[in-house]
Design a protein around this ligand. Structure first.
Ligand code: ATP
Ligand code: MG
Length: 244
């Protein structure tokens, strides 16, 4: 793995609503190296999405710093993919992906790959003229990733991108995303609730806890086995309540 691509130092985010303050996450220190895939695992509400949005620059942090260590031209280049593909239903697949090019142009990022080339690379060129309503969940998520990748992000942020898919499509898409990240020499942070997914995709796994939302453990590949990660994760989950 190369140099540090992303550094989060002493970061905290507090939301203020109706006169009350609530910390989404606090004391986050994290480094992700070039080419690495970091899986961010944690229970609901511990601040995973907020942290990802902060890394993407969508949400300002209340304290600390987030730095992308890329060359000056590429500075600030992150791309984010959400659980919902968020495709515009009145545009074709080509036009939806071309929207990414528009964002890139606005951010003065030199996009060198055409929409046709990326659709071909992603194996979805036959869908170019289709509309989102005719796509399966897995196809829609590929299009969503294509729309992000066409902007040439150096750090790819994925917020539970497979959560809405059936298990078979999910496993298939997961392997495909890892392949895209490796082939394109990207760095990625992927949020998941799924331990198997974290173990399969992550070069490292960072476990977040709630209250406060912070990172409590980091395992490198091969360091933590499934049982250990599962036990640590389960200890972070709220006790189940049964309604009979
Ligand atoms: N815009 C906002 N305004 C106020 N509070 C917010 C806002 N966004 C998130 N929060 C709060 O911050 C906390 C962390 O939310 P976040 O969505 O980051 O959690 P998460 O770990 O991604 O959860 P999940 O696994 O359910 O997606 C929650 O308590 C949430 O209610
Ligand atoms: Mg979330």
């Amino acid at each position: 793995m190369g140099t540090v691509a992303l550094r989060v130092a002493d970061a905290a985010k507090t939301f203020h609503r109706d006169g009350a303050s609530r910390a989404a996450f606090t004391n986050i220190d994290l480094e992700v190296r070039e080419g690495e895939i970091l899986a961010l695992l944690g229970p609901s509400g511990c601040g995973k999405s907020t942290l990802l949005r902060a890394i993407a620059g969508i949400e300002p942090v209340s304290r600390g710093t987030i730095t992308l260590h890329t060359d000056p031209v590429a500075r600030g280049r992150t791309g984010i993919v959400f659980q919902d593909p968020l495709l515009l239903p009145w545009l074709t697949i080509s036009e939806n992906v071309a929207l990414g090019l528009g964002y890139a142009a606005n951010r003065r990022v030199g996009a060198t790959e055409t929409v046709e080339a990326i659709l071909r690379d992603f194996g979805i060129d036959d869908l170019a003229d289709a509309y989102p309503a005719s796509l399966s969940g897995g196809q829609a998520q590929r299009v969503s990733l294509a729309r992000t990748i066409v902007t040439h992000p150096r750090v790819l942020l994925l917020d539970e991108p497979f959560a809405a898919l059936d298990p078979r499509t999910r496993a298939h898409l997961r392997d495909w995303v890892v392949d895209v990240v490796r082939r394109r020499h990207l760095t990625a942070v992927i949020v998941t609730h799924d331990i198997e997914e974290a173990l399969v995709v992550g070069d490292r796994i960072a476990l977040m806890s709630c209250q406060p939302g912070t990172i409590t453990r980091i395992w490198s590949r091969g360091e933590g086995n499934a049982t250990e990660v599962l036990a640590a994760y389960q200890s972070e989950l709220p006790a189940p309540t049964w309604v009979i």
